[in-house]
Design a protein around this ligand. Structure first.
Ligand code: GLN
Length: 447
């Protein structure tokens, strides 16, 4: 009740939630009470959670930030939602996001931008800006989110909270509305690494309904939180500290690295030589996959349908023209272009080759270190409206986050202080496959 009251009171100014539904939340709370009275309760039973509006949740409006799904009430639960229910977590509402998770500032939402709770002139980051802002403003203790190219880590950094994007395949994509299926991965956002570990324990697990779900043994991601860091080798990629990184962000990241030295870690320089290529490769592959995934929104079975049309083709065209926003249309156009006959080899195939090279670069770096550390984004949160008119300027902000998704690696963001303008700065940790527990350990030791 306390969280609901706070969410209701503050959502008007922050716009972190697209949907709040008190009756549904209280019904889930009652179910949690029953669990607490019986023998099925777990560590998070009764804890309220904000759900990103990308996860289908039975009976709840599930919009993915789009006009296309403004009338869509999900008839089934995503695997992540199902697992949250089983754990007795209580859904507070559905968080705002960039339309179909495409964006880095949350300004692409059909429901309007989210405001950064630290400074309401600033963007919260994206696409999981609603989840990050809700946790930062204490409208929710914890939230679900997704990360295709940084959408957990960058909003967590901009809002001064913690988030982890797990190894690709750890969290089921069943019922998670697809953007770029080979990159999409769900994960938690919380106040701390410890909270993220507890929620990841709930979210992770093999699911046969997701063909890329990994048959990986269940882990307790909180098991190493208190392990000492002595001997840990942290690699700093020289390309992440080069031109383009704002000096105040660099200072905050350096200060965090100094703390790691004090805790006994060894710092080594590593190289990720193809970092710059991650932007063109990602912005070919992600739109290509999106253009295919979004073909399902045709106005026939569900979603927006134009009121007036003449014939089937006209119905498709009008429904899609009205239902999708500008950035989504840009991605569909780019994606169909790079997949089309005559361009596939020149763009899509080249991008896939770069993807492999980038994955190999990380493996070479991990021969010299256990974890990689660096900035999450080149700057702290920018002002609302500042980069809206220039999509390429917005894409360039993703320079430090995209490679992790291309390689399928786990990455996280934790608070690392503040920029000169008082806005939060995040530290990014990147691990090799399945090193979530080690990353959460390193994050927890700094908190
Ligand atoms: N900013 C990136 C994009 O717009 C990543 C978004 C995401 O991770 N969902 O595609």
């Amino acid at each position: 009740s306390e969280y609901l009251a706070r969410a209701k009171a503050l959502n008007g100014e922050l716009n972190a939630f697209i949907t709040l539904d008190e009756d549904k939340t209280l019904a889930e709370a009652k179910a949690a009470d029953v669990m607490l009275a019986g023998s099925t309760a777990g560590p998070l039973t009764g804890v309220p959670i904000a759900q990103k509006d990308i996860f289908c949740q039975q009976g709840w409006k599930t919009t993915c930030g789009s006009k296309m799904l403004d009338n869509f009430v999900a008839p089934y639960d995503a695997n992540v939602i199902e697992l949250c229910r089983k754990a007795g977590l209580v859904s507070l509402g559905r968080t705002n996001m960039d339309e179909f998770a495409m964006g880095s500032s949350n300004e692409n939402s059909f429901y309007g931008a989210v405001k950064n709770p630290w400074d309401k002139l600033a963007v919260p980051g994206g696409s999981s800006g609603g989840s990050a802002a809700a946790v930062a403003a204490r409208l929710a203790p914890i939230a679900t989110a997704t990360d295709t190219g940084g959408s957990i880590r960058q909003p967590a950094a901009f809002c001064g909270v913690t988030g982890i994007k797990p190894t690709y395949g750890i969290v089921s994509r069943f019922g998670m509305i697809a953007f770029a299926s080979s990159l999409d991965q769900g994960g938690p956002i919380g106040k701390s690494a410890e909270d993220c570990a507890l929620l990841l324990n709930v979210m992770a697990g093999y699911d046969e309904r997701d063909s890329t779900s990994l048959e990986h043994a269940k882990e307790d991601y909180s098991r190493d939180l208190n392990a000492p860091l002595a001997g840990l080798r942290i690699g700093l990629p020289k390309e992440y500290f080069a031109e383009g990184l704002a000096s105040d962000v660099a200072a905050a990241v350096d200060a965090a690295i100094s703390e790691y030295k004090k805790l006994g870690a060894t710092i080594v320089e590593v190289s990720l030589p193809n970092t710059k290529l991650s932007i063109p490769a990602y912005y070919v592959i992600a739109p290509a996959e999106a253009s295919s995934n979004l073909s399902r929104f045709d106005g026939v079975r569900y979603g927006h349908r134009a009121a007036e049309y003449s014939g089937l083709a006209d119905m498709y065209e009008k429904s899609r023209a009205e239902g999708f926003g500008a950035e989504v249309k840009r991605r569909i156009l780019t994606g169909t272009y790079v997949l089309s006959h005559g361009y596939y080899d020149a763009y899509y195939l080249q991008a896939q080759k770069i993807r492999r090279i980038i994955a190999n670069d990380f493996q070479a770096a991990f021969e010299h270190c256990d974890l990689i550390a660096g900035p999450v984004a080149p700057t702290a949160a920018w002002n609302l409206g500042e980069k809206n008119a220039d999509p390429t300027a917005m894409y360039l902000e993703d320079i430090y986050t995209l490679a992790v998704n291309l390689a399928g690696l786990p990455g996280m963001s934790l608070p690392a202080g503040f920029a000169a303008n008082g806005r939060p700065v995040g530290l990014q940790l990147i691990g090799n496959y399945f090193s979530e527990a080690k990353m959460l350990n390193a994050a927890h030791q700094l908190q």
